[in-house]
Design a protein around this ligand. Structure first.
Ligand code: SAH
Ligand code: SF4
Ligand code: F3S
Length: 538
């Protein structure tokens, strides 16, 4: 079929269904506005799961001439916003587009296609994208340029992005990247191209990502997608959909490949990384629920399958000279077997992200986090019993609905009690569809949120400075990632706990991907200065 004819039939599918999830015909349409609270409450059967999968390119090929999907050397500029999952997803997108004959360019103004990987976590994250879209439009030299919005904002804003026809021509949610070559063909023909259908199975397990930042010898591997936790403030379950995990063997194989290519640090990624559970394997050796006693979930405890502890054990065996980190975990999924495993392996980094969000029981309750301050502090104590030198990091939200001054003080005192080496602190931003949006009031004034944000940052930095200063005089192993921009004779990397260290490397000229033994000589709240002692093993 000629491209024009096919595009007409594709447009016929997309035009009248302006608010359906997908521009091809899904076997089971999701609700008009995508996933709703009720979709997380109902447990879906395996049959329903199968029905919700988007039609693959294979399913729609009757409308396609394979040649229509070919990039034929057209150029694509990739722009990434948001979390590490987005960096990892863009590596998958690069891989898919390259396979179809598109070529990467950094020249945004001249590119045939610009793809933005976007974030919706706070209103500010979306504003940044709108500003960038206007800039792209204003600066484009190529007047036929196609601009595509991918990722969480595509999933949340959907047709709202296409309404500004001059700014955006293509919209693709996090589970529709395999469909990108077809969407580009539709947009090239002048029609709106949108696929925001979420899947219950898509993990891109078979796509070999094209890595960015390869020279640092550090890489990300996505091991699971989606989130079932439904914290009341958070849009992620709606933009990323239900939790699903990649088969363990595909992850182990990717680790093996990266190790053979000389990578020395792998960060396992997921919105809820430690609730990983490979249900595809017949080898159900580990069947426990792996929850922390006392921590509650909105869903029935998951059992069966291969757990995160099993996965970590396997990857650590396969690549003994590679450091492993993981993010972003939830405190509820830290069984002591996992902590003991980390203690027993030198290649599992002694750095844990334990997002607390608040140190106040009533706020935690309203956030739906499933734990109290005491339970959280008990978990920290239990972890430190087994890993006395662990570096802990966290996320906090300032000014959530109904947060009083006393509640804020409770969060400050939690930060002082735990002593984190780093915290991400965010002023609360109300998001549509969330439980907080339905049931709570965004009643903390902006200036109070900003002041509390500053308080939290100041207190965590004070504690981080003390922790870093306590490292002065100790020896540490740094994995070198690159050269300092200010002075090329200095290299930087991270110690096992994740703190950044900078040292003069002009004598030994060690390269990224090598481990260096250093002695810590100075510290700020954000980084360490060090003296190079020599080459090291992990
Ligand atoms: N799955 C991860 C977090 C993903 S979002 C986890 O639970 O740790 C990263 C962080 O953004 C969250 O931990 C939270 O601190 C923050 N965040 C999420 N929704 C927010 C909102 N509506 N306003 C402000 N910060 C928010
Ligand atoms: Fe959002 Fe909570 Fe899921 Fe993290 S665990 S992504 S904060 S819903
Ligand atoms: Fe943002 Fe989506 Fe990541 S909302 S934080 S890009 S999961």
């Amino acid at each position: 079929m000629l491209l024009r004819q096919w595009l007409r039939s594709a447009a016929a599918f997309s035009a009248p269904r302006a608010h359906s999830g997908c521009s091809t015909t899904p076997k089971r349409k999701l609700p008009e506005d995508g996933l709703q609270l009720s979709d997380f409450i109902k447990e879906s059967s395996r049959k329903q799961r199968q029905k919700a999968i988007i039609p693959s390119i294979e399913d729609t090929k009757e409308y396609l001439n394979p040649e229509d999907l070919n990039g034929n050397g057209r150029t694509v500029c990739y722009v990434t916003y948001g979390c590490q999952m987005n960096v990892s997803d863009m590596e998958i997108v690069r891989s898919i587009m390259t396979k179809y004959g598109f070529v990467e360019t950094e020249q945004k103004e001249k590119a045939d296609i610009v793809l933005l990987m976007t974030c919706s976590i706070r209103d500010g994250a979306e504003k940044k994208v709108w500003n960038q879209l206007k800039l792209i439009r204003g600066n484009a030299v190529n007047r036929r340029q196609i601009v595509g919005v991918l990722g969480c904002m595509a999933e949340r804003v959907r047709h709202g992005l296409l309404e500004k026809r001059n700014l955006v021509h293509l919209v693709a949610g996090p589970d529709s990247y395999r469909d990108l070559p077809r969407l580009v063909a539709v947009a090239t023909g002048g029609s709106n191209a949108i696929n925001v259908q979420l899947s219950l199975d898509e993990t891109y397990a078979d796509v070999q990502p094209i890595r960015v930042n390869a020279e640092s010898k550090t890489a990300f591997i996505s091991i699971m997608r989606g989130c079932d936790n439904m914290c009341t403030y958070c849009v992620v379950p709606f933009t990323r959909g239900r939790e699903r995990s990649r088969p363990i063997d595909s992850i182990v194989e990717e680790v093996r490949i990266l190790r053979n290519q000389g990578y020395k640090q792998i960060t396992l990624l997921g919105q809820n990384v430690n609730s990983y559970r490979d249900m595809s394997s017949m080898d159900f050796a580990s069947t426990s629920s792996e929850g922390v006693p006392g921590f509650k979930t909105v869903y029935k405890p998951k059992t069966g399958g291969l757990t995160f502890t099993t996965l970590l054990e396997k990857v650590s065996d396969v690549a003994p000279d590679v450091r492993f980190r993981f993010t972003s975990p939830h405190p509820k999924d830290f069984p002591m077997q996992l902590i003991e495993l980390i203690a027993s392996r030198s290649n599992l980094c002694k750095q844990l992200h334990l997002p607390a969000q608040s140190g106040d029981d009533e706020t935690l309750e309203r956030m739906g986090r499933g734990y109290t301050r005491d339970l959280y502090l008990r978990l920290v104590d239990d972890i430190r019993q087994i890993l006395p030198n662990v570096s802990l990091t966290s996320d906090f939200i300032a000014g959530f609905c109904g947060e009083t001054e006393e509640a804020h003080q409770n969060t400050l005192s939690l930060i002082q009690a735990v002593r984190y080496s780093f915290c991400f602190v965010f002023p609360y931003s109300m998001r549509g569809k969330t439980r907080a949006h339905h049931r709570l009031t965004d009643d903390v004034p902006e200036e109070v949120k900003n002041r509390r944000h500053l308080d939290l940052t100041t207190v965590f930095r004070e504690e981080a400075l003390k922790l870093n200063q306590a490292l002065i005089g100790t020896q540490q192993t740094v994995l070198i990632e690159g050269k300092s921009r200010r002075d090329e004779s200095f290299s930087f990397g991270r110690i096992d706990g994740g703190e950044k260290a900078i040292f003069n490397n002009s004598e030994l000229l060690l390269q990224p991907g090598q481990y260096a033994r250093v002695s810590i000589t100075d510290a700020t709240s954000q980084s360490l200065k060090a003296r190079l002692i020599g080459v090291s093993n992990i």
